[in-house]
Unconditional design. Structure first.
Length: 366
């Protein structure tokens, strides 16, 4: 028991060190990048904080960006914790968003029911699109990393084509103008903070994150999901139907991705337009990596992601820095957090011991 506690404490210490190290390195590199553009790092960081917390509207913008990031990270976590590389979250989100917008405009339902139906349709549309790579993997052994990546492009172009045909645009229509009609007010989520872009979709995201955390920690099915990811062969010997579990995990991950698309339509956008996602699927993948596939940690990381997203807009408005600077820092943070310090420290320790033994051997020869 003492050894187990010691191991857990050691693992916690390494994780804390990993996040602290990554934060310090990103701040240092960020300061150098900003200074290299001829700006004051202090003023730039102040602009970021002002853009995230400086007003009620700024706080709302932070929450607005946190919401889809958290939902897509949950989708990624469900897949990644089970060893499934579903990187097609953005494509599944597009599919869910399109059908949500259709139902939101075409159907006339009471307000509460209309929102629920729109979100469910979005989730099932994302699930349907996730079924394609799942079946390709099960029956043809097609690597899901490749198939989901390629299907992102298929979904983007397919939903653009469906919008083009549905709205009756001709070939002269500009890409930015290709969008569906506005969804009915009964299909729209309420604003969380009046006068801001934050919607009650954040409450849905938080509840789902907590439920997924509890599911993995306390349920038998959650244990099966983890077991499939950790050791597929062992899970088969343990009586788990690997193919069925694989399919279930993929579909649930796709449902979450589609639900995110629906939340974006019912919350912020109100209609489907092409290229609305702005790499939100990849944001979820990165947040899941930083959170080490923990839904509880993903809540915190998504909030930080929202701060950086909202802050980058203010950074670009009040300074000559480009918002891409923030994107670079986000990518660097993922890279720094991904460093396996436990293995690195182990290798360093072995090298020190080896050199010590070599010195002792030379001393004995003399």
């Amino acid at each position: 028991m003492k050894k187990l506690r010691k191991a857990n404490f050691s693992g916690l210490g390494i994780n804390i060190f990993r996040y602290v190290f990554a934060t310090l390195m990103v701040l240092l590199i960020g300061a150098l990048l900003i200074a290299g553009q001829g700006n004051s790092p202090a003023e730039a960081f102040n602009a970021i904080l002002s853009g995230a917390f400086g007003s009620k509207r700024a706080i709302g913008t932070t929450i607005r960006w946190m919401t889809p990031t958290l939902l897509t990270s949950i989708s990624a976590i469900i897949a990644f914790r089970s060893g499934i590389w579903n990187v097609g979250i953005e494509g599944q989100m597009y599919f869910g968003a399109f059908f949500c917008a259709m139902v939101g405009y075409e159907w006339a339902l009471p307000r509460g029911l209309h929102i629920v139906v729109c979100l469910l349709v979005a989730g099932f549309a994302g699930m349907l699109f996730a079924l394609i790579p799942a079946l390709l993997k099960i029956y043809l052994n097609v690597n899901e990393l490749i198939s989901t990546l390629m299907l992102n492009y298929v979904s983007s172009f397919l939903t653009e084509y469906m919008t083009f045909k549905y709205m009756g645009f001709d070939s002269s229509a500009l890409a930015d103008a290709i969008a569906t009609n506005e969804m009915q007010p009964t299909a729209r989520l309420s604003t969380l903070i009046p006068g801001t872009s934050a919607s009650t979709a954040i409450l849905i995201a938080l509840v789902l994150a907590i439920l997924v955390q509890l599911f993995y920690k306390y349920t038998t099915k959650g244990y099966e999901f983890k077991m499939v990811g950790q050791n597929l062969r062992f899970s088969k010997y343990g009586g788990v139907n690997a193919n069925r579990t694989f399919l279930t995990i993929f579909l649930v991950s796709g449902f979450m991705a589609g639900l995110c698309g629906g939340a974006e339509m019912c919350g912020y956008f109100g209609k489907f337009r092409t290229a609305f996602a702005t790499n939100l699927g990849w944001d979820g993948v990165m947040v899941a990596s930083i959170a080490q596939n923990s839904p509880a940690v993903a809540i915190i990381v998504s909030y930080i992601w929202g701060i950086l997203k909202a802050g980058s807009l203010q950074l670009e408005r009040v300074t000559s820095n480009n918002r891409l600077t923030i994107n670079i820092l986000q990518a660097l943070f993922v890279l720094m957090v991904s460093v396996d310090f436990k293995t690195l420290l182990g290798v360093m320790k072995e090298n020190i011991q080896l050199k010590k033994l070599q010195r002792q051997g030379k001393g004995e020869e003399v």
